[in-house]
Write a protein that binds this ligand. Structure first.
Ligand code: RB5
Length: 203
């Protein structure tokens, strides 16, 4: 292709589009679709930026009990790297606390719509998941491998991720958190199944 000023501009715009797409994939902003059209007659480039959906970035609430403090800090680093907007509600203490005191308020803030998702960590992840799942509208998944991290988002539209600091190492946990926040719900046939859970909750 002959090098022209227009070509250079297209390259720059494609780079921008690529960077935005990458950001979309990473933090699920899903904001824009960029369409580039070269107007041959005039030699100009038309750029159409279409808004796909609301420009609300994903908001995550993060919490742990004393058994999950260290892993919670590692997960906070992952969310920071991914530029995910998150609030860390503790606990900050090294002394013993009760996991429902963290799981339930965090889950309630997801159920109310204040946050899109929660990541909850305790020693096993079990106490956090049992507690969070008591809150109407919450689909908490206890995850310790990459396959279920991905599939629980695709199939269950899980809105809470629970992990156990005493179960897995930080390397795997960080990859799980990354996969979970950046995987979309597949909807389709899964929508019907998830709706049945909501129907039961609303009886
Ligand atoms: C706390 O010792 C521990 O029971 C808690 O972190 C969690 O594993 C409960 O499910």
């Amino acid at each position: 292709m002959k090098y022209t000023r227009e070509n250079e501009q297209i390259e720059n715009l494609c780079e921008l589009a690529g960077a935005l797409e990458k950001r979309v994939k990473t933090v699920k902003l899903q904001i824009f679709r960029i369409q580039l059209t070269v107007m041959k007659e005039t030699g100009t480039i038309r750029v159409i930026i279409c808004r796909r959906e609301c420009i609300e970035p994903m908001k995550v609430i993060l919490a742990s009990d004393h058994g999950g403090v260290n892993l919670r800090r590692e997960v906070a680093d992952v969310l920071t790297d991914l530029q995910v907007d998150f609030e860390d509600i503790g606990c900050d203490c090294e002394s013993s606390v009760d996991y429902p005191d963290y799981a339930i308020p965090a889950a309630e803030r997801v159920a109310s719509g204040e946050f899109d998702k929660a990541i909850l960590i305790c020693g096993t992840g079990i106490g956090m998941s049992i507690s969070a799942n008591k809150v109407k509208g919450i689909r908490a998944a206890l995850v310790h491998d990459l396959f279920t991290a991905k599939v629980t988002r695709e199939h269950n539209d899980s809105n809470v991720l629970c992990m156990g600091e005493r179960v897995i190492g930080p390397g795997l946990a960080k990859e799980i958190a990354k996969t979970w926040v950046s995987t979309d719900f597949e909807a389709g046939r899964h929508e019907r199944r998830v709706s049945k859970i909501a129907e039961y909750e609303n009886k």
